[in-house]
Ligand binder design. Structure first.
Ligand SMILES: [Mn+2]
Length: 252
């Protein structure tokens, strides 16, 4: 039997859940008039995907996120897709971003930066990202058709903008080549998954040894300044959490 691990949750007023799963896990349940979304993300997973967003093409892309990121990704959503996919696409992305923020916790020892170019036949997409705490998206992708299957291709940018906003990520996506809409979008998700995997993995040379907070006293609004490097601080109390999110100042 696996040992029981307590997983801290960033947004449940300090309570925690008990799970037999190991790894950095974020879990979000989000209900609005328009959608009900449940997302579970394990950054230290094995690529297990269980995605039922109600939007088949989005599920296909979320499967790429799992398999190429080696994350475990579970998305269950019901939404007002009788109108269109807009709200469900957006709320799934918002929840994934929040789950990522939770799973990253204090970000100690991670690479933080990720960069990957993924080809898919004629398509080539470059993704560069920084888990900086500062939401910014640069999306330079030309998708030639309005739809892939039933999926509105305008929703791709909106997906990444929503994910960036809740996770606090600096994300640049650039299309270097491509003609086929399905290929371009899939290469985008694959490159994103690979870059995110790199950024969330541990830098072995750091050995998880980001210097201790207590050595330097009180946190600033930007985090703790240590050895010329500003790191994200732990969200240990409600007051600190308010500073940390959503008005995150970021790390530089
Ligand atoms: Mn495909």
């Amino acid at each position: 039997m696996e040992p029981q691990t307590t997983i801290p949750h960033a947004f449940d007023n300090g309570s925690s859940i008990t799970s037999s799963e190991t790894g950095r896990i974020g879990e979000v349940k989000r209900s609005t008039k328009e959608t009900n979304v449940h997302v579970k993300l394990n950054l230290d997973g094995t690529g297990v995907a269980e995605n039922n967003s109600g939007i088949p093409f989005l599920d296909h892309m979320l499967d790429q996120l799992a398999s190429h990121g080696l994350f475990d990704v579970q998305v269950k959503a019901t939404g007002d897709i009788h109108i269109d996919d807009h709200h469900t696409n957006e709320d799934v992305a918002l929840a994934i971003g929040t789950a990522l923020l939770q799973a990253l916790d204090d970000r100690k020892g991670i690479n933080r930066f990720g960069d990957f170019s993924a080809p898919l036949d004629e398509a080539l997409v470059h993704v560069s990202l920084d888990l900086s705490g500062r939401p910014h998206l640069n999306f330079d992708v030309q998708i030639p058709t309005q739809r892939v299957g039933t999926y509105d291709t305008q929703l791709v940018e909106h997906f990444f903008q929503s994910l960036v906003n809740t996770s606090g990520m600096t994300l640049h996506i650039r299309q270097l080549a491509g003609k086929n809409s399905h290929h371009i979008i899939e290469a985008t998700f694959k490159a994103f998954a690979r870059a995110l995997r790199q950024a969330t993995e541990y830098d072995l040379r750091r050995g998880g040894s980001v210097p201790r907070v207590s050595k330097f006293g009180l946190p600033s609004q930007k985090g703790f300044c240590l050895d010329r490097e500003i790191i994200y601080y732990r969200k240990d109390s409600d007051s600190l959490r308010k500073v940390a999110y959503p008005n995150l100042q970021g790390i530089s």
